[in-house]
Design a protein around this ligand. Structure first.
Ligand SMILES: C[S@@+](CC[C@H](N)C(=O)[O-])C[C@H]1O[C@@H](n2cnc3c(N)ncnc32)[C@H](O)[C@@H]1O
Length: 315
């Protein structure tokens, strides 16, 4: 059933679609704003150099519709039918609640990205950074494209986000990482809050002494972090939802406190939630009504997050 979420509708009435003046990246008294639109439309309205950090996780061009089925598993007893057996031989029945999806098919992927990356470069402040999240099949083409817009000298890191979940093919190494390309608008002038970054345990704590071992080390460019667990509290049921642990690390390192974080391929809004957790503000955009509905649920208890949407949104 498609109906307008009441909360989103009320906030829309408050403000109107894309309804604030150019030159003001966020409406007064709001720490975050969510836009339902093609991201080029929002980008075109943002002033030059008005954003501190951009994180984007564009569709990966898999050629498929990305889907996530949202399931409920219930324990059954006696003769009731079940379709799974769990720990201790207990039987469970799985019920499909809904399917969330977005289209991930692009005939000319780089032509789709190019104007968006050019706008990202324009709206970033001089001290700003871009984190571009992509999978191993597209990253090499995207790197060449982004180098031409940001300049090779402003490329700072290829971050490998490594996880370990899901299927294992029999004839090659299981692909269990995504790549995040990290660029500065102007390398050297960019924000990097080293002291705010979460630390990790040393691999060989015995080699560094107790004090250093207790403090832990700064992460390298390889980040081990589990995916959003399909059964965990963080899960919102949106396909390709990224973990808050990864997003918080990016926000803390590369946005100044109170700074503005932009994600214009927002999906479930993980970048916005990380910005709030870390005392930053955010602007999000997505053109999929299901993403807007998911963000409506994510920010349901926040009166200081504005929604700009004209389209009916599934709840
Ligand atoms: C990989 S998902 C992002 C997932 C997100 N990082 C998260 O943690 O939930 C990519 C998103 O880009 C959105 N998208 C694709 N093309 C778009 C466009 N032209 N304008 C706005 N959003 C777009 C899709 O609807 C999808 O939600």
């Amino acid at each position: 059933m498609v109906k307008i979420s009441r909360q989103i509708r009320d906030r829309r009435r408050l403000r109107g679609p894309l309804g604030y003046a150019a030159g003001v990246p966020l409406p007064d008294n709001f720490v975050g704003a969510v836009h339902h639109c093609d991201n080029l439309e929002l980008l075109a309205k943002l002033p030059d150099a008005s954003v501190d950090l951009i994180y984007i996780d564009p569709p990966f061009n898999t050629g498929k519709v990305q889907k996530r089925r949202n399931l409920r598993t219930q324990r059954v007893t006696g003769d009731e039918p079940g379709d799974r057996t769990g720990f201790g031989g207990r039987r469970y029945r799985t019920e499909a609640l809904s399917t969330t999806a977005y289209d991930d098919r692009h005939d000319d992927y780089l032509a789709f990205l190019e104007p968006r990356i050019a706008e990202a470069h324009r709206v970033l402040a001089d001290h700003g950074s871009l984190y571009f999240h992509i999978d191993y099949r597209e990253v090499h083409y995207c790197k060449l494209l982004i180098d031409t817009i940001f300049g090779r000298d402003n490329f700072l890191n290829e971050i490998i986000w490594a996880y370990d979940y899901g299927g294992r093919p029999k004839n090659r190494w299981p692909a269990k990482h995504d790549t995040i390309l990290f660029y500065a608008k102007r390398a050297g002038a960019h924000v990097f809050n080293r002291d705010e970054i979460d630390r990790e345990p040393y691999m060989a704590p015995g080699l560094v002494g107790p004090e250093k071992a207790a403090r832990g080390k700064l992460p390298t460019d390889t980040w081990w972090h589990t995916i959003v667990s399909p059964t965990g509290k963080e899960k919102l049921g949106y396909p390709t939802q990224k973990p808050l642990g990864v997003l918080r690390r990016i926000v803390r390192a590369s946005a100044p406190p109170g700074g503005l974080v932009l994600d214009f391929f927002a999906g479930s809004g993980s970048a916005g939630a990380a910005a709030l957790d870390c005392g930053r503000r955010f602007l999000l955009a997505d053109n999929n009504p299901e993403a807007i509905a998911t963000m409506g649920r994510r920010f349901a208890d926040r009166d200081d997050v504005a929604f700009f949407t004209d389209a009916p949104t599934p709840t």
